[in-house]
Design a protein around this ligand. Structure first.
Ligand SMILES: NC(=O)c1ccc[n+]([C@@H]2O[C@H](COP(=O)([O-])OP(=O)(O)OC[C@H]3O[C@@H](n4cnc5c(N)ncnc54)[C@H](OP(=O)(O)O)[C@@H]3O)[C@@H](O)[C@H]2O)c1
Length: 271
């Protein structure tokens, strides 16, 4: 783990930490906050992505950390404890074409570590930090801290045949809901994002460079707008796009065996 630039959070500029902010939706959210005048810190493990951000956006503070490593993650959090933040986004995620390719041990370990275990570690730290800030500084309604996690619409459906990805995102949705209730007395906002397909490089890479065939896929700027609206309106669980929200809501009303059969026949088609 390395710190690119020493943190300068001691000013009055609001500070956002985006864990998983070196590419895709996380980076887009980081850049959006930069445009809004926020101080921005991002965390990721890929040295090339970090070097790119350091070159192109020197005011962004970058942290290299492999979130699958509990000790490295703890030492990152210890370092971040020296700063204060108004918003933390957990956008780190790992996904594969699990349905097409059999889930191997390495993918299984990585997915569980990033989507579930590191998320739990980071949110535990972030909630404690926010509470401490609340007690020492007090927060007004306008600058209430917020913790945001990027789950997936896949986690909104409950059926036995769900993938490890869907199950880990479902756990994230449940955890975010518990944190939201627990942090309400501290005036700390918690929002969970359950998005449909977003046309990021990572999704394109999984689909031979083109993910346009994915149902109701949206652009990254559209997803950023949706996330910002969800934060602004303090939506507990933001499910978008609307078309997918209606479909998953309808599917959740079906008897479980039927839902299982539909999703199994649908998802087992190649990508
Ligand atoms: N794209 C979609 O269609 C879609 C739909 C619904 C939900 N989501 C969710 O949205 C989030 C962002 O997805 P994306 O498409 O923008 O993918 P992405 O570009 O791959 O972003 C994932 C982020 O997680 C970080 N990350 C992954 N493994 C890490 C590790 N071991 N240590 C530290 N950081 C790690 C990556 O940084 P490094 O590469 O630098 O490690 C990157 O910054 C994910 O949680 C995903 O599940 C995506």
């Amino acid at each position: 783990m390395k710190t690119h630039v020493e943190d300068t959070a001691e000013n009055h500029t609001p500070h956002i930490i985006v864990v998983g902010g070196t590419s895709g939706l996380g980076l887009a959210l980081a850049l959006h906050h930069l445009q809004l005048g926020w101080q921005v810190s991002v965390v990721g493990s890929n040295e090339a992505k970090i070097a790119d951000i350091n070159n192109q956006h020197p005011t962004i503070v970058t942290y290299a950390c492999d979130l699958t490593d509990v000790i490295q993650t703890q030492s990152l959090l210890d370092k971040l404890s020296a700063t204060s933040f108004q918003r933390l986004v957990y956008s780190a995620g790992s996904y594969t074409n699990e349905r097409v390719h059999h889930l191997n041990q390495a993918d299984s370990d990585k997915m569980l570590a990033i989507n579930l275990q590191a998320f739990a570690q980071v949110f535990r730290w972030a909630s404690a930090q926010s509470k401490q800030q609340h007690q020492s500084l007090g927060v007004s309604k306008s600058d209430r801290p917020s913790l945001i996690c990027i789950a997936s619409i896949a986690g909104t459906m409950d059926y036995p045949y769900a993938s490890l990805y869907a199950k880990s995102k479902r756990a994230m949705i449940a955890a975010a809901s518990a944190y939201r209730a627990a942090l309400a007395p501290y005036n700390i906002q918690v929002n969970c994002i359950a998005s449909g397909y977003i046309d990021t490089q990572a999704l394109r890479d999984l689909n031979d460079g083109d993910a346009s065939h994915k149902p109701f896929i949206m652009s990254t700027p559209t997803a950023v707008d949706e996330v910002m609206q969800a934060i602004y309106n303090d939506v507990a669980l933001a499910i978008f796009p609307r078309s997918m929200r209606y479909i998953t809501r309808a599917l959740n009303h079906l008897p479980k065996p039927l839902l299982n059969w539909i999703l199994r026949s649908k998802l087992d088609k190649s990508s």
